[in-house]
Design a protein around this ligand. Structure first.
Ligand code: HEC
Length: 135
């Protein structure tokens, strides 16, 4: 038999877990909406990009990598470095999205890091803010 106190603690944990999972799912949903509005035209619905033109996001080592600050900068300021990405070059220039808020960038990065075949850590608002401080 579990006592009243244990039951309360267990209930609290269950509720906390539920909110964690739910808020995560919500971030993915919000991230997907932003992706469809601002990124899909170039990077495509399947994240595959367009050969030689727009880099793929699916199975891209940088996208699932540890350098969150770089990803935040790319989204805010755009990207036209013409350096090899996983061995390939892309001729298009990525437009900047300076209007996106910190929470929107976090949702968007969480979405692209966990869609298609990608599986990587969730990106938090705190990580986006830290990346902005770095410059
Ligand atoms: C106008 C087309 C275009 C749009 C719109 C666009 N991108 Fe890009 N994106 C590119 C191109 C082209 C590159 C590669 C540029 C280069 O190599 O110089 C790129 C590169 C990237 C990279 C780096 C990939 C790597 O392997 O390092 C990320 C991450 C990225 N885009 C995410 C996004 C997100 C998220 C959005 C929506 C906010 C977005 N892009 C909107 C064209 C676009």
């Amino acid at each position: 038999m579990i006592g009243k106190m244990q039951f309360k603690i267990v209930s609290l944990i269950v509720v906390a877990l539920f909110y964690c999972v739910q808020s995560n799912a919500q971030n993915m949903q919000k991230g997907k909406k932003i992706y469809e509005a601002k990124c899909l035209a170039c990077h495509q619905a399947d994240g595959g990009g367009v050969p030689n033109m727009n880099a793929p996001l699916d199975a891209a080592s940088n996208v699932v990598g540890k350098d969150i600050a770089r990803l935040v900068r790319i989204i805010r300021y755009g990207y036209n470095e013409r350096i090899a990405l996983d061995g390939f070059y892309y001729s298009n220039a990525m437009t900047a999205s300076p209007d996106l808020k910190d929470n929107e960038i976090a949702d968007l990065l969480t979405y692209i890091r966990n869609s298609w075949s990608n599986k990587a850590s969730v990106v938090t608002i705190a990580q986006v803010q830290a990346a902005k401080k770095k410059k």
